[in-house]
Design a binder for this molecule. Structure first.
Ligand code: FES
Ligand code: FES
Length: 157
C-alpha cells in the first residue's frame, strides 16, 4: 500500500506493508532514527511522536493510518540547528543519562507544554507517567519540563 503524509514539514509517500507500524516506517523507510522503539506494545513511550499535534505511540499506529496527517518527530521540533528550549532544559537539568527514553519524553512534554504551558508538577508527572526511564529517577525530567514552561507561554512552538 502507499501512504502519503507529512513528516517534519515535508510531504512523503511511502510504499509499505499494511501491517508496518508508523514507528518502523519512520525509522526504516524515512531514516528518522530519533524515534526509538522499546517495548513495541504501547507501554514505554519511547516511540512517541506528534500526529496532528497530539502525542501518539508510533508503535501502536500503522503507517497507513497516518495518511493525510502531519507527523512531527523529535528531529522536527525545531528548524534551527540548536536545541529547542525544552531540549536545552533537559541538558541543563541533566534529565537524561543513556538517552533512550529522551525523544519520547521530549515529544510528550512538548505536546503537554503546547497545550498547557501553565501545568504544575503533578500534571507533568501524570502526563509523563506513560514514559518509562530506566536511568534518571524522573525528578530531573520533571524539573526540566517545569523549567521550560516559560518558553511556551504566548509562543507557538
Ligand atoms: S515502543 Fe512504543 S510504547 Fe514502547
Ligand atoms: S535516560 Fe536512559 S532510559 Fe531514560
Amino acid at each position: 500500500m502507499r501512504a502519503r503524509f507529512e513528516v517534519n514539514g515535508r510531504e512523503v509517500e511511502v510504499a509499505v506493508e499494511p501491517r508496518l507500524t508508523l514507528a518502523d516506517c519512520l525509522r526504516h523507510h524515512l531514516r528518522l532514527t530519533g524515534t526509538h522503539i522499546g517495548c513495541e506494545h504501547g507501554v514505554c513511550g519511547a516511540c512517541t511522536v506528534l500526529v496532528d499535534g497530539k502525542a501518539v505511540r508510533s508503535c501502536l499506529m500503522l503507517a497507513v493510518q497516518a495518511e493525510g496527517s502531519k507527523v512531527v518527530t523529535v528531529e522536527g521540533l525545531s528548524n534551527d540547528e540548536g536545541l529547542t528550549p525544552l531540549q536545552a532544559s533537559f541538558r541543563k537539568h541533566g534529565a537524561l543519562q543513556c538517552g533512550f527514553c529522551t525523544p519520547g519524553m521530549i515529544t510528550t512534554a512538548h505536546a503537554l507544554l503546547t497545550e498547557e504551558p501553565d501545568c504544575d508538577a503533578d500534571r507533568v508527572r501524570e502526563v509523563l507517567s506513560g514514559n518509562l526511564c530506566r536511568c534518571t529517577g524522573y525528578v530531573s525530567i520533571v524539573e526540566a519540563v517545569l523549567d521550560a514552561r516559560a518558553a511556551y507561554k504566548g509562543d507557538a512552538q
